[in-house]
Design a protein around this ligand. Structure first.
Ligand SMILES: [Zn+2]
Length: 246
């Protein structure tokens, strides 16, 4: 009986030692794991637009050229500017959704009714499905007078966030391009009105002004334009979501 007890005691000690050893190993693994996790860079932290969803709508496309002068067509300029803007925004960490990425309209299905309205409704469907933080629509302007010039940003009436967004993009366009004194302005545009998120429509310049048409045809100028819009968007998120805001 005593031998059995002695054996039991020895076995018990061994089991205790093994259990303690296992516990120690588990504790070491736990702390090692935590340290490794702490040292892992969180996905895209530090990028200015991390976690932001942004829809870019390059105006017109496909059957709808928008305004044009000679070989320059608004739909192509809108798309070219938008694709550069997309790259800047994605580089800044944003989730970017485009209403189109090629020269196409949004007449997804043949349907009755005016084509323009159907195109707009389908753009709106893309915007709503994307559930973004903001929308920016890119266009090029034209006027009967060749004298008018300058990029200008529009926003929905009575939309404080849209107004802020347009104001900041306009400021950056002025600063970066050094060729527009136009103010951000209210505008009555279907997508701005219906998007349900802060939205700005950028008229990138007047194709009817020979000098501005020449600039718009220049890839480097379009990149500067897209850069200005990008900076305006960053400033918007900084101002709206910083702890000091409101
Ligand atoms: Zn347009």
């Amino acid at each position: 009986m005593r031998v059995v007890l002695l054996l039991s005691s020895a076995t018990g000690k061994r089991i205790c030692t093994i259990l303690l050893g296992m516990l120690l190993i588990l504790v070491i693994i736990f702390f090692l794991h935590r340290e490794l996790a702490d040292n892992q860079p969180a996905v895209q932290t530090g990028l200015p637009l991390s976690g932001r969803g942004i829809v870019i709508d390059p105006g017109h496309g496909g059957y709808d050229p928008g305004v044009f002068r000679r070989s320059l067509t608004e739909k192509n300029l809108n798309l070219a500017i938008s694709l550069v803007l997309r790259d800047y925004l994605q580089g800044g960490g944003a989730r970017v959704i485009m209403t189109r990425e090629t020269d196409r309209d949004l007449l997804v299905l043949p349907a009755a009714g005016p084509r323009k309205r159907l195109d707009m409704k389908n753009r709106l469907a893309i915007i709503r499905a994307a559930n973004p933080d903001l929308l920016v629509s890119i266009h090029v302007n034209a006027s009967p007078s060749p004298l008018w010039s300058g990029a200008q940003v529009f926003h929905k009436r009575n939309c404080a966030h849209g107004h802020k967004l347009a104001l900041l993009i306009q400021e950056e366009l002025k600063r970066v391009l050094q060729n527009t004194n136009r103010p951000a302005q209210e505008g009555d545009f279907f997508l701005l009105n219906e998007a349900g998120v802060p939205a700005a429509l950028v008229e990138a310049g007047f194709i009817s002004n020979p000098e501005e048409a020449r600039l718009l045809a220049d890839e480097r100028y379009r990149s500067r334009l897209a850069w200005a819009v990008y900076l305006g968007i960053i400033r918007y998120f900084d101002s709206v979501y910083s702890p000091a805001a409101d």
